[in-house]
Design a binder for this molecule. Structure first.
Ligand code: ADP
Length: 249
């Protein structure tokens, strides 16, 4: 059974749906993942961690350490070779391809380094497009899209196309698109990787504040030290395993 909880900082507006009796939003246990047939690259060698409801967690590591691999697994884009992976109690390893696609579309919000906005759609239409899969009424889709674009301070630019927006503004639209779904979990892949330092700082705190206010759980993978500072917790990928301390610490 689902519980509907009211987000503390936005009492009348943001309702998030979380399954009851779930201590952890993400439970990854002993995950192993390799690539290749002949020459095998072992990337994850018993990677375990949990993320609690409302936590803003950064997974940190240098290029090639396995960050995208971890995010692809939690994001139901790929499956581990072995181990156990549950999101809000749902066992991803037991899902078929179609179920994984549905789970990803309905329950997860993604924020990408290069924004991934559709160039032929306006900011408003981009956020609305992300909501189509939820089966909401047209009016509710419009209202939600407007609400979240307002939250990311883009209310005056909803009719602009991505090419008419700066990088920081495009990322704000992408954040609105991810949050408007009111997902179980937000996953961000190097969300500031394409922004200058000042814009990155503004976008990072906006994303963190909004996610905290709504009460969502967020997992960011990054090698940007700025993200570490605003995170509730940082996990490092060290030799294919999760560690509480890492290099450059
Ligand atoms: P990061 O995101 O930290 O840069 P990745 O998860 O992308 O690291 O990659 C980890 C390692 O796995 C790298 O050595 C990379 O070359 C390898 N790798 C990633 N995806 C594939 C793939 N589809 N096929 C073969 N090797 C891969």
């Amino acid at each position: 059974m689902d519980l509907i909880v009211e987000a503390a900082a936005a009492p009348n507006r943001d309702l998030i749906r979380i399954p009851s009796n779930q201590e952890y939003v993400v439970e990854a246990t002993d995950i192993c993942k390799s690539y290749g047939n002949g020459v095998v690259t072992e990337v994850l060698k018993g990677f375990s961690f949990q993320a609690r409801q409302g936590e803003f967690l950064t997974i940190f590591g240098p290029s090639g350490s396995g960050k995208t691999t971890v995010l692809n697994l939690i994001g139901a884009l790929d499956l581990p070779d072995s181990g156990c992976l549950r999101i809000c109690g749902e066992d991803l390893m037991r899902m078929g391809k179609r179920e994984l696609t549905r789970f990803r579309a309905n329950k997860l919000g993604f924020i990408f380094q290069f924004y991934n906005l559709l160039p032929t759609l306006t900011a408003l239409e981009n956020v609305e497009a992300g909501l189509e899969v939820l089966g909401l009424k047209r009016k509710e889709i419009r209202a939600r899209a407007n609400h979240y674009l307002e939250k990311v301070a883009m209310a005056d630019k909803i009719e602009k196309y991505p090419t008419q927006l700066s990088g920081g503004e495009q990322q704000r639209v992408a954040i609105a698109r991810a949050l408007a779904k009111e997902p179980l979990l937000v996953l961000a892949d190097e969300p500031t990787g394409n922004l200058d330092t000042k814009t990155a700082d503004v976008v990072t705190s906006l994303m963190k504040d909004l996610i905290r206010d709504i009460g969502l759980t967020c997992i960011v993978v990054s090698h940007n030290p700025g993200i570490k500072q605003i995170s509730d917790r940082v996990l490092y990928i060290v030799e294919g395993k999760a560690a509480t301390h890492g290099y450059a610490d």
